[in-house]
Design a protein around this ligand. Structure first.
Ligand code: ADP
Length: 386
């Protein structure tokens, strides 16, 4: 293999620990890439014999944060992290590109070496320093995000507690009135009791207790789901089989309401980097709502679009009653239900959980709707850059 002739430097004079040129080679584990990766590594090693520099090989699956940091879109990629400006080479002819850049990179590195050896050189910009700084930035970003999530979780818990206390009051009052009436009856002669009253009051009290029990169960379930969102277990996920499995689980409900179902998921959809179980939960919530709020004989569809190089967009559409424009954000805030739907089963928490999950994946969720014609809930997920 031809090694370009750059400026020849005596290796004896190079201080390896402060090498002036630092490269990162990002690789993946796909068997089809291994031959190319090996060629690049061999080539870099040959270059090193003429001009010592530092390079590290980074496995993208093990370091997704670094991949995100350098905004890499393909592997293998070679990133010159020092000296600045940073430069990224990607593509099938990576060696050819490197041959073209090599003399310039060496010259830049030599210019910076002169600066580095000056006593007043302010910082050690070694590769480990650069990597430490990147990791630190990522760590700070993660901690900030965790802090925000915890704050939001605390706020959510406070909010739910207040609302739960408020909502429990009405079934509690109704159950108490039924019991008090029963107590009053005890002091009267049974012959004076209105017919069926005792039976009616007992039934009333039991129904109110059941309502309270359902409310508490839903809240406990929601609290469990919320705390698990803080522990995302992300990995590359194929959305098509996941969606097909979920849709299969809805068959009976969809048939029961004679709904039409359309699914439009491209074969060549890229994988997303996500927590599959939480995404399943989002899809199930959206589909459950679509089924719940769409009248018999309506239509539901699930479609996915590869929207930009970095995102896919998932959409669940229905021909239900739609959502008034001024409420399209509020329904995601938690414990909010449209007045018209208050009689239906539910606790107004499903969409808030969906938003929490999607945001934890750095995605967005929103609804488009035409009142009286239907709603389309959309959310985005990051594409896995393998
Ligand atoms: P729940 O369905 O348990 O009330 P959600 O958080 O899932 O709670 O939804 C909040 C509110 O948004 C619902 O009460 C309903 O008023 C409205 N909504 C949600 N999905 C739809 C839909 N597909 N069509 C019409 N309205 C919807």
């Amino acid at each position: 293999m031809l090694v370009p002739k750059g400026r020849q430097v005596d290796p004896e004079n190079i201080n390896h620990s402060s090498s002036a040129l630092q490269l990162l080679l990002f690789v993946d584990e796909r068997p089809s890439s291994q031959e190319q990766i090996q060629r690049i590594k061999t080539y870099l090693q040959e270059l090193q014999t003429n001009y010592p520099f530092e390079f590290q090989t980074i496995e993208v699956g093990a370091q997704p944060d670094l991949v995100e940091h350098f905004r890499l879109i393909a592997t293998p990629s070679l990133v010159k992290i020092y000296p600045e400006p940073r430069q990224t080479l990607t593509g099938s002819d990576l060696i050819g590109q490197l041959q073209q850049c090599w003399s310039r990179w060496q010259e830049d590195a030599e210019r910076h070496r002169v600066n580095l050896t000056k006593p007043e050189s302010p910082v050690d910009r070694g590769i480990s320093y650069a990597l430490d700084r990147i990791r630190l930035d990522d760590e700070i970003f993660k901690l900030k995000k965790e802090n925000e999530d915890l704050q939001a979780q605390l706020q959510f818990k406070d909010q739910v507690l207040v609302l739960l206390a408020h909502d429990l009051r009405s079934p509690l009052t109704a159950a108490s009135i039924a019991l008090e009436t029963l107590e009053m009856l005890q002091n009267r002669d049974p012959s004076e009791w209105p017919p069926n009253l005792v039976e009616h009051l007992c039934k009333q009290a039991r129904a109110q207790l059941r309502t309270m029990n359902r409310m508490i169960s839903e809240i406990l379930q929601a609290a469990r789901d919320k705390s698990s969102q803080l522990r995302l277990a992300c990995y590359p996920v194929q959305l098509k089989p996941l969606c097909e499995e979920i849709l299969a689980g809805f068959e009976r409900q969809i048939e029961g309401k004679s709904l039409g179902l359309l699914s439009d998921i491209p074969q060549d959809l890229p994988m997303v980097y996500a927590d599959a179980e939480l995404i399943r939960q989002v899809l199930v919530n959206l589909l459950e709502n679509a089924v719940k709020y769409t009248q018999e004989g309506g239509r539901i569809s699930l479609s996915i679009l590869h929207r930009t190089s970095g995102k896919v967009q998932v959409s669940v559409e229905d021909t239900g009653p739609g959502i008034p424009e001024e409420k399209r954000d509020r329904i995601f805030e938690g414990h909010f239900r449209l007045k018209r739907d208050e009689g239906r089963e539910g606790y107004g928490l499903g969409l808030a959980l969906c938003r929490k999950v999607v945001r934890a994946h750095h995605g967005q969720i929103w609804v488009d709707s035409v009142l009286g014609q239907g709603s389309c809930f959309n959310f985005t997920l990051p594409v896995y850059r393998g």
